[in-house]
Design a protein around this ligand. Structure first.
Ligand SMILES: [Cu+2]
Ligand SMILES: [Zn+2]
Length: 188
């Protein structure tokens, strides 16, 4: 009798564990079948950006696949008022105090630098954030050149906010120092 009751309890516990795991993740829990489902569903990613040494800029950014590109939604604080260049950089590494470990602009197609309204540019060129007088900025825009999948995908790459405005000039928009850095990570 005791054994039977123990077994029932164990089953109930295992079932709720499986349900909880199913809610939490679609890609890493269920093996090949779950991977197929994940491939068909829209992907999303996010980046939590931290200030580089001597700066106070922070941000939280989400990336979601939508028709025609990737929707980027970001909220930022601690900036100086005005425009700040904002780019996906090649390397998801913010270990250098000045953010240079993130490498150059993500540019899988070998294009010249540009602003988002220019059709030919680095895939990572996301233009400028506009900070208000309190240092806050927000962004909600669909970028048609971005991808979350494959060799041209941005998951695992770096995200940088610059001290100055990206003026679209060569080679990287004259946006100056890197004031915030984050790694773009797949959202579970
Ligand atoms: Cu940059
Ligand atoms: Zn660029």
């Amino acid at each position: 009798m005791f054994r039977f009751r123990f077994h029932s309890l164990f089953l109930a516990g295992a079932t709720s564990l499986v349900l909880a795991a199913g809610c939490a993740s679609s890609s890493s829990v269920g093996g090949a079948a779950a991977d197929k489902v994940a491939e068909a569903a829209p992907l999303s990613a996010r980046s939590v950006m931290a200030a580089t040494e001597g700066n106070s800029a922070t941000g939280t950014v989400s990336f979601t696949e939508v028709d025609g590109g990737v929707r980027v939604i970001g909220v930022f604080a601690g900036l100086t008022p005005g425009e700040h260049g904002f780019h996906v950089h090649e390397v998801g590494d913010c270990s250098a105090p000045d953010g240079t470990s993130a490498g150059g602009h993500f540019n899988p197609e070998g294009h010249a630098h540009g602003l988002p309204d220019q059709p030919v540019r680095h895939a990572g060129d996301l233009g400028n954030l506009v900070a208000d007088e309190t240092g806050a900025a927000s962004l909600d825009r669909v970028f048609e050149h971005l991808s979350l999948r494959g060799a041209t995908g941005i998951i695992g790459r770096g995200l940088i906010v610059h001290a100055a405005m990206d003026d679209g000039g060569q080679p990287t928009g004259n946006a100056g120092a890197r004031v915030a850095c984050g790694v773009i990570e797949a959202k579970p």
